[in-house]
Every structure is written in C-alpha cells, then in structure tokens.
Design a protein around this ligand. Structure first.
Ligand code: DX5
Ligand code: ZN
Length: 226
C-alpha cells in the first residue's frame, strides 16, 4: 500500500457522513469537518436500485471536493459500480468502496479502483458473512462492515456487527495483511467504544455527529471512545 492517506493512521479514524449534514448549507458543515479532529469525509452515493433511496451524484461530490481539505471516502450503494470508477476519480474521490453484493467481478473492480489512484474498499451488507472475503481480503485496502441496512441515516445499530468485526479482525491479523476495517451505521458514544475494542479502524458517523449540539466535540468524543 503506497497511498499517502495510509501514512500515520491513528485508529480510530472518524469519517462524518455528509448524508446527515444540512444540504441547504453544506459549506458550513464541510468547514466544521475541516476544522475538527475528523480525518475523512464519508459520502454516500445511492441509486434507488441497490438501496431504496437516492442521495446525490458527481456534481455534489465535486462541489464537496472543492471545499474539503481532507480525503473523500466515497461509499457506492449502486448496482454495477464498475461503470462509474473513472467518473468518481475525476470527481475527486480518494477512497472508493463498492458493495460485495453489487459487484460480479469484484477482483477486477478493486484493481480498477486502485489503477485510478484511489484506495479500494469492499462493503458488506448485514447478512453477508465475513468468510466470503477469504479470497479477496488481500486485494482490498479496506472492508466496510454495514451495521445497519444501507440506504438511510439514523437507524438502529445491528448488534451482530460486533461479532462480524471480531471475525474480520482475526482474519486480517492471521493473514498478516494491512486491510483496514470501517464500520457504518448507528455509530454513537455507546457503540463506538465496543467497535474499537472489536478491532475497527474507521468509524463512520452521521446522525450522532450532525445531530449533536456540538458536532466538533462529538467528533472528538468519538475519537477518544474507549
Ligand atoms: C447508510 C449510510 C451511512 C449513514 C450512516 O446507508 O451508508 O453512511 O449515513 O448514518 P448514521 O451514522 O446516522 O447511522
Ligand atoms: Zn456509508
């Protein structure tokens, strides 16, 4: 792994999910993240087919890129994500994650993402077992474990995710690879310490950050969650 995003990673990385930001005043929320202890911006792209919701596309990613001073972690909840790899690279994505369930040729897709200079991630829906990653784990820079059913912010954390993360941690450590573990959905001050203990490297947080009285302080508290 030679990408500079991976230099000096201090877990847990906090990636606020822009899905829960104020879309009438994105600039203020982007500036808040810029000035906070958060390391990445998490952007959720939904196509109304892979998930029952539609979010935003390239023009919004480009606009966020022009203002954001930190890496863009783009989570594609779309069918056949390989169609858009180059477009998201051009829009300014630094990390591109595709769903295991949406990618027929995942190995090829991950390597296409890397060849465009981005880090490549694979996301798992709550029902998808960790063991399915056995033959692809070394090719992924990160694995995103969905701890809610993808499509919406503000949902309840699925407890089973802790067990999945422990299993994934064990698989990665056994194999001696450097794949990072990201968790997305229902991350808050109650779940974050347990997720970190289970071996998570990156915490995505939408509602808990943008719904907080003081989002900057919430980011710091999530970062210090033990
Ligand atoms: C859900 C998205 C998440 C979402 C998380 O499909 O992938 O990134 O924004 O929202 P919270 O943190 O509110 O559960
Ligand atoms: Zn997401």
């Amino acid at each position: 792994m030679e990408n500079e995003i991976l230099d000096n990673i201090q877990s847990p990385i906090i990636a606020p999910s822009i899905l829960s930001a104020d879309f009438c005043n994105l600039q203020a929320d982007i500036d808040m993240v810029n000035q906070s202890e958060a390391e990445w911006f998490h952007l959720d792209i939904m196509d109304g087919e892979f998930v029952p919701n539609i979010s935003f596309g390239m023009p919004v990613v480009k606009a966020i890129r022009s203002r954001a001073e930190k890496p863009l972690d783009v989570h594609l909840m779309i069918v056949r994500p390989e169609r858009y790899i180059t477009r998201f690279a051009e829009a300014g994505a630094d990390i591109l994650t595709v769903h295991y369930e949406a990618s027929t040729h995942l190995h090829r897709t991950l390597h296409q993402i890397k060849s465009e200079g981005m880090l490549a991630g694979v996301a798992l829906n709550p029902h998808t077992p960790i063991m399915l990653l056995e033959d692809i784990i070394e090719d992924a820079d990160l694995v995103l474990v969905m701890s809610v059913n993808p499509g919406f912010g503000g949902q309840k954390f699925i407890e089973r995710s802790i067990d999945k993360i422990e299993k994934l941690r064990e698989m990665i450590d056994k194999r001696g690879c450097e794949t990072l573990i990201e968790v997305d959905g229902g991350v808050n001050l109650e779940t974050a310490p347990r997720l970190v203990a289970a071996g998570v490297d990156i915490l995505v947080a939408g509602n808990s950050v943008f719904g907080a009285q003081n989002p900057t302080e919430m980011i710091l508290n999530l970062k210090n969650a033990r």
